[in-house]
Design a protein around this ligand. Structure first.
Ligand SMILES: C[C@@](CO)(OP(=O)(O)O)[C@H](O)COP(=O)(O)OP(=O)(O)OC[C@H]1O[C@@H](n2ccc(N)nc2=O)[C@H](O)[C@@H]1O
Ligand SMILES: Nc1ncnc2c1ncn2[C@@H]1O[C@H](COP(=O)(O)OP(=O)(O)O)[C@@H](O)[C@H]1O
Length: 281
């Protein structure tokens, strides 16, 4: 059986403003997504018995709750395909870090199985299906850096600079739901009227609340701030800072390595997943 191996890259929120809360509890956002050349790796092989079998377990995530399995089942339902899949996951991205690993795994599953099963669903259909799995899935399906509105699903392609980043991974789990329900969260930022995002608007409205609740995150921000502007991605816990070259980013990470876990990766406006898929066609 032929196998297909694809990356599921991380994302950063280069800025994140919260404009308000909707009746369903979700928040209206403005955020700028960019991908990182740093990724989980998924391998797919089609099965003819219709079963979805993920062979790699993630701690504390039961098989049926894994976004990979959920995405595969949703694609079966949408396309009516009778095929199943064996799936292997090499987990590289830290979980619950605000770099979107679960959402990216889901998007890679949708695009990967659509290719393998030859179900010919359109990108629009897959993005809509993805949204039902998580607010961040559509941008991974589209595969281009984007300014996002709504809950993150109204996407306008963007082309921010593509620097090298140091991403620090504080060893603490930050719950997205907890931060979005925090009473002190800023929820009244004014909509930006200009594109691209004007300089000086790159704050993350979640950051003050996360910094107050999680000293580990505040500490990582303080340390990275000694070298460059440091910011939280999503609801954290990861924090990042940009550097003009890989060598500078690697040097700074090495200086922080005694107390900090992290990685260096290049920012990319076209996701690794889409670059790999283009290579297949
Ligand atoms: C904040 C962001 C920014 O990119 O990133 P992360 O830090 O999670 O990566 C995302 O919008 C997160 O997207 P995602 O992680 O897919 O969130 P979901 O599973 O859809 O929602 C988790 C919970 O967060 C809250 N939530 C999420 C998104 C949003 N726009 N408003 C919300 O209020 C809701 O309480 C929801 O129950
Ligand atoms: N394939 C998956 N990879 C990572 N997390 C997953 C996956 N499937 C389900 N999850 C659940 O989603 C949660 C958020 O995961 P993740 O996307 O890594 O974080 P974030 O949304 O903060 O970037 C995890 O804590 C886990 O419970």
């Amino acid at each position: 059986m032929p196998r297909l191996t694809l990356p599921a890259p991380a994302k950063l929120n280069l800025m994140l403003h919260i404009l308000g809360r909707r009746a369903d509890g979700y928040h209206e956002l403005e955020t700028l997504f960019q991908f990182l050349d740093y990724a989980d790796e998924l391998t797919f092989a089609a099965r003819d018995d219709g079963q979805i079998c993920l062979h790699s377990e993630i701690e504390n995530v039961p098989h049926e709750s894994n976004l990979i399995v959920k995405a595969a089942r949703k694609l079966q339902a949408l396309s009516g395909s009778k095929q199943g899949a064996d799936i292997w996951l090499k987990k590289v991205l830290p979980m619950g870090g605000g770099i979107g690993g679960g959402s990216s795994d889901a998007a890679t599953t949708l695009l990967g199985l659509n290719h393998l099963w030859q179900t010919a669903c359109s990108e629009d259909q897959l993005a809509e299906l993805g949204l039902s799995l998580g607010a961040d899935v559509p941008v991974f399906v589209r595969g281009h850096a984007a300014f996002a509105e709504g809950v993150g699903e109204i996407l306008t392609p963007a082309n921010p600079e593509e620097p090298w980043y140091v991403v620090l991974v504080p060893q603490v789990f930050v719950s997205t739901a907890e931060i979005f329900s925090h009473p002190e969260l800023t929820r009244n930022s004014l909509p930006l009227k200009m594109r691209p995002v004007p300089k000086g608007n790159s704050r993350n409205d979640c950051q003050p609340v996360v910094e107050r609740s999680y000293p580990e995150v505040r500490n990582s921000l303080n340390l990275l701030s000694k070298f460059t502007e440091a910011r939280l991605t999503g609801t954290g816990s990861c924090v990042f800072g940009a550097f003009p070259s890989k060598a500078e980013a690697v040097k700074v990470l090495a200086l922080l390595a005694e107390t900090q876990t992290g990685f260096v990766a290049k920012g990319s406006n076209v996701s690794m997943l889409h670059r790999t898929l283009q290579g297949l066609h």
